[in-house]
Design a protein around this ligand. Structure first.
Ligand code: PLP
Length: 425
């Protein structure tokens, strides 16, 4: 498949190159010119998750990776099903991977693609995380030969359990807490990619959701969700997504471009740059505010230009994209209501998606994406619902391990010299 740099149409790369390079010149995102519709969606919807996902990814990527089927089967080796919450409202539970968040789908797929196409060159993965990416990337790349992983996260702004999953592995996984916000972490990553000498020296790659491997992997579970309601593709289904960097919902829009009969709804916390943009047509990011749904504490969402590109390409009127924005206070109330009425535990991100769905639903059936396991936010969830949730196995394993992360100012130079001085290059 051929991809373009959305900021520089002259830069064309293969899927493999896009995965390796992560981001294009001028910090442009790689994206294909257009997505060819799937002409066999009905047949695909009848397949099981792994076989269907392989077909979808083969359609997207083409024949560049001869072991694609093995990679998909190995990466997606955990369940991914919808669950009825009440009436015609379903949760797509995306939290059964090793780091208990949907990011496992993208990170595991990407790690395996990279291991396959890298030809044993030395690689440094530099990733900014608002909480869950780091854990998924750490797990996906842990102990991979020749790959050093540097994870930047905002100090005191991710949950303790998220931090444990990132900072306790050691080995080739280096966790750095940055004295700043997620956007500051993301800025450091962007600056690193602008430093071409550095990029080449350390073989820099970002496993952020700007990487097309992650994005494409996520397309698969929209089909999975849909298939559990309808296998004919003849019914519009609303799907609400809790949005931060807009990678997840971008994958949903790709699924729609491929022909899946869905309508996407944006769930947002008060870091609502995109909802305000949809309303006013002005792009005006504000300072990032810390919220309960910390993985969505992003005010300059990196993937939005891709969504915008798709809207233009397919003549989808942006003004028709529905959204809801919820404060922490509202988020708590939603969690309490659903727990009381339906005995279903939502964590803060999913709670926002749930209510965005309920408030904007037009179709007969609606699905919201449950992006993380509620136990990942145990401190908050226990307090809000007045319960004591048991910890899942993945967390029990790390809870008493030592936090190995180092602290740094929000300064690219500090991170750069750490990487240059501390790793055996
Ligand atoms: C990352 C994350 C999100 C936001 O997803 P984006 O792809 O960044 O929009 C939402 N919920 C949880 C739990 C996350 O980890």
């Amino acid at each position: 498949m051929q991809l373009y740099n959305l900021k520089d149409k002259e830069q064309k790369v293969s899927f493999t190159q896009a995965v390796i390079e992560g981001i294009g010149t001028n910090q442009g995102l790689f994206f294909p010119e257009n997505f060819e519709r799937l002409d066999n969606i009905k047949e695909l919807l009848e397949l099981d998750f792994k076989n269907r996902s392989y077909q979808i990814l083969k359609h997207l990527i083409g024949n560049e990776i001869d072991t694609l089927k093995d990679i998909v089967f190995d990466a997606f080796n955990f369940p991914c099903n919808i669950k009825n919450v009440h009436d015609n409202i379903y949760a797509l539970e995306l939290y059964s991977g090793p780091s208990l968040a949907f990011k496992d789908f993208g990170a595991r797929f990407m790690a395996r693609v990279l291991a396959k196409v890298n030809n044993s060159k030395r690689l440094t993965i530099l990733t900014a995380t608002s909480g869950d990416t780091g854990a998924a990337v750490a797990d996906a790349f842990y102990k991979q030969e020749g790959i050093e992983v540097v994870i930047l996260y905002p100090k005191n702004k991710i949950s303790k359990l998220q931090e444990k999953l990132i900072s306790t592995l050691g080995g080739n996984i280096h966790a750095i807490e940055i004295e700043g916000s997620f956007d500051d972490c993301q800025d450091i990553v962007k600056q690193a990619f602008d430093d071409r000498a550095f990029v080449n020296k350390v073989g820099l790659n970002s496993a952020n959701s700007i990487n097309v491997a992650r994005l494409f992997a996520q397309v698969c579970y929209y089909f999975q969700a849909y298939s559990q309601i309808n296998t004919n593709n003849d019914e519009l289904i609303d799907i609400a997504v809790p949005c931060g960097n807009f990678g997840n919902i971008c994958a949903g829009f790709i699924a729609k471009a491929l022909g899946l009969n869905i309508n996407l709804i944006i769930g947002s916390n008060v870091n609502d740059t995109v909802p305000r943009y949809l309303q006013s047509n002005h792009w005006e990011p504000k300072n990032t505010i810390s919220t309960l749904s910390n993985a969505m504490d992003i005010s300059r969402p990196n993937n939005w230009p891709r969504v915008e590109y798709l809207c233009n390409k397919y003549h989808w009127d942006k003004a028709n994209i529905k959204y809801s924005v919820f404060s922490d206070d509202a988020t708590c109330k939603i969690m309490q209501k659903v727990y009381k009425n339906n005995n279903y535990i939502l964590e803060p991100h999913a709670a926002i998606a749930y209510q965005a769905l309920v408030d904007n639903m037009k179709a007969d059936v609606g699905i919201f994406l449950e992006t993380a396991h509620p136990a990942k936010f145990k401190d908050d969830v226990d307090k809000i619902l007045n319960i004591n949730m048991p910890l899942p196995e993945a967390i029990v394993k790390v809870i008493d391990k030592q936090n190995l992360s180092v602290t740094m100012p929000k300064d690219f130079k500090a991170v750069k010299s750490y990487i240059l001085n501390d790793f055996k290059l």
